[in-house]
Design a protein around this ligand. Structure first.
Ligand SMILES: Nc1ncnc2c1ncn2[C@@H]1O[C@H](COP(=O)(O)OP(=O)(O)OP(=O)(O)O)[C@@H](O)[C@H]1O
Length: 249
């Protein structure tokens, strides 16, 4: 088994002649929390879209868990265990927190909601759904429709629905975006907890969150890797400081 759960070689994406991602060689160590940071427009979202195969690379190679996934379809990539945390819009607002997690739990089985399923056979599913809600500190929200939950709790629900798939590699897209202090602290604790059993790769703008959580940081600038390493080293790199003018490192 390779030390790295995810590796890219020469990963590049052109948009009509504009190179948004250029020659990125990313190595994500198994079991680590790895942050992808960089100024606006650096190419972070594009890299995530390439990894999940939402976008097809123009050049380069992606290897996940020893398997070349460069030409693999997005659904298959998710099935292999590389899963991006769902966007809030992907949770069902009219359904309760419990129902959202239950739907996510049914997904890997390839079954859709089966209303005719005998109630008794849903019991184990309910137990697992409740365990997931407890894991993200949402047990008290089990019967609340997602649309009525506060913003920070919706993000936690999003993580719970992702955890339902038990992915070895979880991609988190700006997990603390738009949150107040209290929610940020809660999500930081939650990420640390979920990372105990899997690898986490996240795009995150909040540098104190990055500092607190990350084992390794990759800094992107204009589509290329500018620096890589632990926060203590990367944050002192003069090139990184320059890229983040005005940001305390
Ligand atoms: N579909 C597209 N067509 C053309 N250009 C694109 C497309 N998607 C992204 N870009 C360009 O590629 C560059 C990288 O964008 P990307 O969204 O990946 O950056 P980012 O690092 O995620 O930025 P932010 O922090 O602002 O979200 C930007 O210049 C953007 O305008």
């Amino acid at each position: 088994m390779s030390e790295y759960i995810l590796e890219t070689e020469g990963l590049s994406k052109d948009f009509r002649g504009f190179t948004a991602v250029q020659d990125v060689r990313l190595r994500v160590r198994r079991g680590s929390i790895h942050a992808l940071i960089g100024p606006n427009g650096a190419g972070k979202t594009t890299v995530f879209n390439l990894l999940t195969k939402f976008l097809q690379p123009t050049r380069g190679r992606i290897v996940f868990d020893g398997q070349d996934i460069t030409a693999t379809a997005p659904a298959e990539v998710a099935r292999l265990g590389l899963v991006r945390s769902f966007q809030i819009s992907a949770t069902f607002g009219h359904m309760t927190a419990m129902e959202n997690v239950r739907v996510a739990l049914q997904r890997p089985l390839g079954t859709s909601f089966q209303f005719w399923t005998p109630v008794a056979s849903l019991a184990p599913l309910n137990d697992r759904a409740m365990a997931l809600l407890e894991a993200v500190d949402l047990a008290s929200y089990a019967d609340i429709p997602a649309a009525e939950m506060p913003y920070g709790r919706k993000r936690a629900l999003e993580i719970a629905t992702t955890l339902a798939l038990d992915p070895p590699l979880m991609l988190l897209d700006e997990p603390t975006q738009g949150m107040g202090h209290e929610d940020v602290d809660r999500v930081v604790a939650l990420i640390r907890k979920v990372a105990a059993e899997r690898t986490v790769l996240m795009v995150e703008h909040n540098l104190s969150v990055v500092e607190t959580l990350s084992d390794t940081i990759t800094v992107l600038q204009r589509g290329q890797i500018l620096a890589e390493g632990p926060y203590a080293t990367v944050s002192k790199d003069p090139r990184v400081l320059e890229a983040y003018v005005g940001v305390e490192a």
